[in-house]
Write a protein that binds this ligand. Structure first.
Ligand code: 1CP
Length: 355
């Protein structure tokens, strides 16, 4: 199937494009009334993920509203620990929770990486269904959490602010921590390769909580395992390169090391200046980012000014994928996203005139 819009893949390969491609983290979600309706139909968030038709429906919803250059699989990073038997559930108004957190060496030793094709077949079915529905319109992004980020949820048993349990394992029992991360690295590699075989045309690893670590701990307990995963991924499928994007929230200080881990691109949140990032690593990787998602709470003229500032910060030339640094809020006005898209479409071609 020919891709009708390959801007996203071209920018990842640092090839010329006519305008800066864009997608948004959490582009399908509660800020869209049509998403809330589909979720109500499904019953719960996990039922939505497990139903390939509904997962496909919500993946397509933001594409119907906005001229996005990529679709992202509707799923969650916590599908892996769920498949490992930890009992994932969501309480209304709260984040994810696990019935059986993993806190002891015995519990870690008892974990096995799931067989992605068998135990996470609903995810692969969703990927195949979405690819069929997209019919070449834009590429489909697959994703996973990083081992460290998955471990924070598995050890804490829920979202956390202080990471008390997982850090006491990291500092007090580093061998157990490594054993857990190694099992997760195997699981993530297998999971992303299964998504690629099912049709994901690029993959992103979300290291949402890498930024809560010290520098030596980040390198030893997070980046090292992402590097191991990248080395094990299928990098060409169906005659095309399958690019890999690494995103560590609050990881700006480790850019050089992240850019050396073997990925095609590095995702940046809004706390890292793009001009600075480009000077530091732009000759090695493409850069994805980095509008502060909360800019979308302001009125359209302020949104436009900030889009202009982000484009200017990267500057003219190739290798930029526009993105919200870290996820769109459920309280965002969908019309403000339209203002964001309009501004980008009007302003970004000027940065690609030599292409
Ligand atoms: O409808 C609902 O109430 C559920 C809200 C929701 C949604 C829409 C959750 C629960 N997950 C998702 C989808 C999701 N999660 C996607 C695909 C949708 C898209 O991008 O269009 C993706 C890529 C994720 C990834 C994810 N889940 C991350 C990494 C990215 C990030 O935001 O940092 C993390 C940390 C999670 C865990 C998770 N799942 C859900 C919530 C509310 C959370 C965050 C909890 C926390 O803050 O600790």
């Amino acid at each position: 199937m020919e891709l009708q819009n390959d801007r996203f893949l071209r920018a990842l390969a640092r090839q010329p494009v006519d305008r800066t491609p864009v997608w948004m983290m959490r582009q399908a979600g509660r800020y869209l009334p049509e998403y809330r309706a589909s979720r109500a139909d499904a019953g719960s968030f996990m039922d939505l993920c497990r139903n390939q038709e509904l997962a496909c429906e919500v993946t397509m919803q933001p594409l119907e509203r906005y001229p996005l250059d990529a679709a992202i699989l509707f799923s969650d990073i916590l599908t892996i620990p769920d498949a490992m038997g930890l009992g994932l559930y969501f309480e209304t108004g709260e984040g994810p929770k696990f019935r059986s957190p993993v806190r002891t060496p015995e519990a870690v030793a008892g974990l096995k990486a799931p067989d992605a094709e068998r135990d996470l077949d609903y995810v692969m079915n969703a990927v195949r269904t979405i690819r069929r529905e997209l019919n070449g319109r834009v590429p489909l992004i697959g994703f996973s959490g990083s081992p460290w980020t998955l471990a924070t949820y598995m050890v804490e048993g829920a979202s956390s602010k202080d990471f008390r349990h997982v850090k006491s394992m990291l500092y007090g029992n580093p061998d157990t921590m490594h054993q857990l991360l190694d099992t997760l690295a195997t699981a993530v590699t297998d999971y992303l390769n299964a998504q690629i075989r099912a049709g994901a045309q690029a993959v992103q690893i979300f290291d949402t909580w890498g930024g809560v670590l010290s520098t030596p701990a980040y390198l030893e307990f997070s980046l090292r395992y992402m590097e191991q995963i990248v080395a094990g991924l299928i990098r060409e499928h169906d005659g095309r390169r399958v690019p890999v994007i690494l995103f560590t929230k609050n990881g700006g200080q480790w850019l050089e090391q992240i850019a050396s881990a073997g990925s095609d691109a590095v995702g940046l949140d809004w706390t890292t200046e793009l001009s600075d990032a480009r000077a530091r690593v732009g000759h090695r990787v493409a850069l994805q980012g980095n509008l502060d998602p909360n800019v979308l709470f302001a009125k359209p003229p302020a949104i436009r000014a900030e889009v202009a500032r982000v484009l200017d910060s990267f500057g003219p030339g190739e290798g930029h994928i526009f993105n919200l640094g870290h996820g769109i809020s459920q309280f965002t006005d969908p019309d403000h996203v339209t203002a964001f898209m309009d501004a980008l479409h009007e302003l970004s071609p000027a940065y690609h005139q030599d292409s």
